[in-house]
Design a binder for this molecule. Structure first.
Ligand code: HEM
Length: 96
């Protein structure tokens, strides 16, 4: 539900790049922003028709431009609804 959505800042998004965390040694989930909404794309990586590597190019970033360059006709909101984790906000709008 909406109440569980996270306010994601650009720095949080950058951190969630799907790579190994230097401190814990554990793999982080890969998050990407699409038109202001932030998704955990990790569960979808093996299913992306364009390949995992292509989808990973948008990990930890806003992928809207890349996405629109390749396949503007794809309805990611339908496909990734379950994977939505939050909304993109500015650093100033972050919770204290
Ligand atoms: C193909 C979904 C992000 C690159 C596809 C297709 C889908 C899809 C459904 C098949 C499209 C078709 O056959 O008409 C998604 C979703 C994304 C995403 C849900 C976001 C979460 C990206 C990004 C890139 C990318 C960020 C590039 C950096 C590609 C490529 C193909 C593809 C190269 C193959 C196109 C082809 O076969 O001609 N993707 N995609 N995708 N996607 Fe994505």
């Amino acid at each position: 539900g909406v109440s569980s959505l996270v306010r994601v800042t650009p720095s949080m998004l950058k951190f969630m790049n799907g790579r190994k965390d230097k401190e814990t040694g554990k793999m982080k989930d890969a998050w990407s922003a699409y038109q202001g909404k932030v998704y955990n794309i990790s569960p979808y990586l093996p299913y992306h028709p364009g390949g995992e590597g292509e989808l990973r190019r948008a990990a930890g970033k806003d992928g809207t431009k890349l996405f629109m360059e390749v396949h503007p006709w794809v309805n990611w909101e339908n496909m990734l609804g379950e994977c939505m984790v939050g909304i993109l906000v500015t650093e100033e709008q972050a919770p204290a």
